[in-house]
Design a protein around this ligand. Structure first.
Ligand code: 5GP
Ligand code: ZN
Length: 114
């Protein structure tokens, strides 16, 4: 999508701190980290949010979760734990309408949300 921030990052038009990439997804450090480790994992395909996950793209989302687990291992988060979040829509605080999963860890996270 032409005016999508994460599509521009995936295309390399906007620089990012890449963690991992493959033919289906791209992972990079969040520009405003909310934990010592804060990584975003996004599909290359422009999917607006979790609300647009269907039987047709479910395998892609499953693949992304294998990548999340591998990144968490390589970042040393596996022992202490980490949180995976995907905000959907304005009330949840989604600011970029391209499906993304936050990986947060490296400290004791706030207990208040879920
Ligand atoms: P959301 O609020 O939609 O769940 O998450 C969007 C995330 O994208 C935010 O945590 C925000 O800090 C991050 N972000 C916004 N613009 C950029 C950018 O240009 N580069 C990177 N690396 N992250 C960004
Ligand atoms: Zn996009």
């Amino acid at each position: 999508m032409n005016d999508c921030l994460f599509c521009k990052i995936i295309a390399g038009d906007i620089p990012s701190a890449k963690i991992y990439e493959d033919e289906l997804c791209y992972a990079f450090r969040d520009i405003a980290p909310q934990a010592p480790t804060h990584i975003l994992v996004v599909p290359r395909e422009h999917i607006p949010s979790c609300a647009a996950v269907t039987a047709e793209n479910a395998a892609l989302v499953g693949h992304i979760f294998t990548v999340i687990a591998a990144i968490a291992r390589s970042e040393g988060l596996e022992q202490s734990g980490y949180r995976v979040i995907s905000n959907v829509g304005p009330d949840a605080g989604q600011t970029v309408p391209h499906l993304h999963f936050h990986i947060l860890g490296g400290k004791r996270l706030n207990d208040q949300m879920v």
